[in-house]
Design a protein around this ligand. Structure first.
Ligand code: KMH
Ligand code: ZN
Length: 284
């Protein structure tokens, strides 16, 4: 059986910064550790429990610098009790060896990408977002050693093979946090449609807590559908910079809208403490 959320609860992740959005595209994108920490505080106030975080260098580029991740962690923790989840997807400029380095800053959770996709646009067109089975296992064993809970990022049904393999090998503990990422413009990624979301849910292993991220204008309808189906919701500027057509969002406005919709459906947002208990993290 899936570990669906209690009917009266919603669990919200905010993906605040991402790898691909720039300050030029969105002036309010939080990039520095101070900006990320303040956004995290405000998003938790609005109802987010988990902050998914990418690190940036002084020029706004993706970085693997552990010192940056340590500073982010310290500053976020000083302002809120958000569950801190670092991205090991990093960004297209980073190597496998670099992407894993953020784990040394000891986040509570980290993303774990469950297979490979091909980039289709921009400077990195034709280069793979590469996550081979042995690389997934390397990431996982470091997470296990450092007591960091993985959130498995699954972009298509083929990636459930990797999910099932690591479960069979006992490399990941239940409940399994799985983020269904739909609508990425990469070859091998699936569209964000209701049919694809429900199909992906059919493939989830028992004891999964399932989250959903959907890109661009699909974020609102598809994450709302996931909420109705007993899953968690990921919103934020990493996946979508618009509140509605032509109107820029902020991380806080996207979280606040999710909470309003949830409340109309009789659901209250889990606090970070409640979310820690639900997904099996140690209390702070
Ligand atoms: N933006 C997607 C690539 C990661 O950072 O590791 C999903 C993601 C994965 O957030
Ligand atoms: Zn990310």
């Amino acid at each position: 059986m899936l570990k669906t959320l209690p009917k009266d609860k919603i669990l919200i992740t905010v993906a605040m910064t991402g790898a691909l959005v720039t300050k030029e595209q969105h002036a309010d994108l939080p990039v520095t550790p101070d900006e990320i920490a303040e956004n995290a505080r405000l998003c938790v106030e609005e109802g987010a429990a988990i902050c998914h975080i990418h690190g940036k260098d002084k020029n706004g580029g993706n970085t693997s610098d552990v010192a940056v991740f340590k500073e982010i962690k310290e500053k976020v923790r000083a302002k809120s009790d958000a569950i801190i989840q670092f991205s090991t997807g990093g960004g297209p400029n980073l190597t496998q060896e670099q992407r894993i380095e953020c784990l040394d800053a000891l986040p509570e959770m980290a993303s774990l990408n469950m297979g490979s996709l091909m980039r289709l646009s921009g400077q990195y067109k034709g280069t793979a977002f590469c996550n081979l089975p042995e690389e997934i296992e390397t990431y996982l064993s470091k997470m296990k050693r450092l007591n960091i809970k993985p959130e498995m990022e699954v972009y298509n049904v083929a990636m459930f093979k990797e999910v099932n393999d690591i479960i069979k090998k006992g490399l990941v503990e239940p409940p399994y946090c799985i983020n269904l990422v739909l609508g990425m413009r990469y070859q091998g990624a699936l569209e964000a449609t209701p049919k694809i979301l429900t199909t992906m849910i059919d493939f989830l292993p028992d004891n999964s807590v399932f989250n959903c991220a959907a890109v661009g204008s699909d974020q609102l309808p598809i994450t709302t559908l996931n909420m109705l189906l007993g899953g968690a919701v990921r919103v934020g500027l990493e996946d979508n910079i618009y509140y509605n057509k032509g109107v820029k969002a902020t991380n806080m406005s996207l979280v606040a809208r999710t909470v309003r919709i949830a409340r109309e459906l009789g659901k209250e947002p889990m606090t970070p403490a409640e979310a820690r208990e639900f997904i099996g993290l140690k209390p702070l």
